[in-house]
Design a protein around this ligand. Structure first.
Ligand code: FAD
Ligand code: EPU
Length: 283
């Protein structure tokens, strides 16, 4: 054994929705531990901010990146940096994105400020190219390290077919570390852009939620479509379609995954336009 800490735990504590039954959680701190954890069927858990996990839990191992895989080296690489742009050292997939975005602002480094307010880990945010109208993860990437059961490889964003809420990286391929590509700016200028992007969040609910349920179909706000179907405030058990923004389902306390699935079905039945789910449902 390579020494990963393994514990059976309720996954609810790792999700922003606060829902999810137990699983065997593997806390992996390096590549050897990660390789061992990937020897049998596994799932990879980031910040848990886009997941609806079954109340029964999941049978596969659940991998979480910790230790050095949750650390960051933001020193500019002199060989790859210029007076305008820098390339950082490695930033672990387990690093919390909000803290990283704040630190980059203080350093006056631009490109990722549009992702302000996204409660993800770097690996999860890269895997689905999280973003807002003001910017996305792929605006600030130089290289991505990907681990699969076959081994480790490094790719450049240009090698991937990425787009809106999609990195092109297959599910189950682990984003273990990335190197960032950032533009030199000033803390004040980055803060101003961050504040602007943050304004768009003022109408989002403050309760426990896994973010937007559906991707925007063809650029139209899914929230607007669900709202127009008259569904704001619809409740099943402890889950409710948020009165503030209809693409958010919130946990009023005591919600179950079944309650959330019920609301997703109601939305699909009532909204005439086909919409692709943004959340991931486990299992
Ligand atoms: P998780 O939810 O843990 O996992 C999601 C998927 O990513 C799973 O398939 C998981 O296996 C995979 N994954 C996680 N880590 C890795 C890794 N290291 N390597 C490979 N795969 C991995 N999203 C937006 O895009 N824009 C927003 O504005 C936004 N606002 C939000 C606001 C709130 C209040 C909340 C709760 C969520 C919001 N989200 C938003 C959704 C969510 O934050 C993003 O989808 C985010 O990218 C999920 O990252 P995570 O680390 O939490 O991943
Ligand atoms: N609207 C309504 N009713 C609603 C919700 C929205 O009429 O219930 C209207 C708004 O008034 C506005 C328009 O729809 O005119 C767009 O709304 P908003 O600005 O909230 O943007 P969105 O398209 O609904 C997207 C992302 C969010 C991101 C915001 C801000 C998706 C699926 N959603 O929402 O991302 O935070 O823009 O940039 O792309 C997420 O992906 O999880 C997420 C929260």
């Amino acid at each position: 054994r390579n020494g990963a800490r393994v514990e059976r735990q309720p996954l609810a504590r790792y999700t922003t929705l606060g829902v999810g039954g137990p699983a065997e959680v593997w806390f992996v701190a390096d590549h050897a531990q990660l390789a061992e954890a990937m020897e049998t069927p596994y799932r990879i858990l980031g910040g848990g901010s886009n997941l609806v996990i079954a109340d029964e839990g999941v049978s596969e191992r659940v991998i979480r990146l910790t230790g050095p895989l949750a650390e960051r080296d933001l020193e500019p690489d002199p060989a790859l940096s210029t007076s305008e742009e820098i390339v950082t050292g490695w930033v672990g997939g387990g690093v919390p994105l909000p803290g990283l975005v704040r630190t980059l602002q203080k350093l006056g480094l631009s490109n990722l400020e549009g992702t302000v307010g996204i409660p993800a880990q770097v690996g999860g945010a890269v895997w689905m190219n999280a973003g807002t109208r003001y910017g996305e993860m792929f605006d600030g990437l130089h290289a991505i390290e990907i681990v699969t059961p076959e081994g480790v490889r490094q790719v450049s964003p240009t090698d991937l077919n990425w787009g809106y809420r999609n990195s092109g990286i297959p599910r189950g391929h682990v984003v273990s570390r990335v190197r960032l590509k950032l533009r030199r700016s000033t803390p004040e200028a980055v803060l101003a852009k961050m504040d602007f992007a943050d304004q768009a969040r003022k109408g989002q609910p403050k309760m426990k939620t896994p973010g937007c349920a559906f991707k925007n179909p063809g650029g139209v706000s899914a929230g607007k479509l669900i709202d127009e179907a008259g569904l704001k405030g619809t409740r099943i058990g402890g889950a409710m379609i948020a009165p503030e923004h209809a693409n958010f389902i919130v946990n009023l306390g005591g919600a179950t995954a079944t309650d959330v699935h019920g609301l997703l079905t109601v939305i699909r039945q009532r909204v005439g336009v086909p919409m692709e789910l943004e959340y991931e449902l486990w299992p």
